[in-house]
Design a protein around this ligand. Sequence first.
Ligand code: SF4
Ligand code: SF4
Ligand code: FES
Length: 267
Amino acid sequence: MAEFRLPPASRVQQGKSHDAAGAQAAKAKNFKIYRWNPDNGGNPRMDEYRIDLSKCGPMVLDALIHIKNDIDPTLTFRRSCREGICGSCAMNIDGTNTLACTKAIADVGGDVKVTPLPHMPVVKDLVPDLNHVYKQYEEIEPWLQTDDPGTDRERLQSAEESDTLNGHDGHGPAACILCFCCSTSCPSYWWNSDKFLGPAVLLQAWRWIADSRDRAQKKRLDKLEGPFALYRCHTIMNCTKTCPKGLNPAKAIAEIKKRMISRKTAT
Ligand code: SF4
Ligand code: SF4
Ligand code: FES
């Protein structure tokens, strides 16, 4: 049987251990955290931190902040809102892409393993390089496009039209926070991210195609024609399963495909 291994320079090695909890801690927890510093040039490694949970808040992000502030200031990660709103603390925790600020430590049995979002270049430690996904986001032109003259009033929508964007339960495509947990969980995106836009960007594409105020639907659909940008989605559904905001990118992709078919049958 063929055996596949990472190239030697990419193999993750055992790193340093830090016991910051001590023998007396009533509630100690072990965190295993991916570390890689491009300035050092070495292999990535998993560092271990045994921490006292009474010294931090209940979420994984609280533990990371405690480690950075009190144990190891070299640990690098993104965060901003700590409310599940900005999307910057997306990472893989306990094998699932999610937001560190909304993932409870208590929901992880055993050691808490934390790695960057998978299949993305790493800038440092838990920080992925998002330049490529942002470039793809730019390609779908995520802004309102109209052909009528400007107005000094809001462009109104009916409640039903607004529901298409916001969802009647608040889980419509406009609620996407662009954390990219979905795209980085999608096997099609892992292998074809150069040409397949991935679920996060396609959900955003649908958000504009479905907007009753937008007049660029034809151009938006034209840009998604071809075998890769849209049709590399094979409905594997990892994206919907992992979305920490409870959104449904797989359904959004299916809606775009339905629009594609209906405009073909209409011509
Ligand atoms: S449904 Fe499509 S976009 Fe979502 S994980 Fe599967 S292949 Fe990827
Ligand atoms: S659909 Fe969900 S997982 Fe994907 S980018 Fe938006 S909020 Fe994140
Ligand atoms: S810090 Fe903003 S979503 Fe987690």
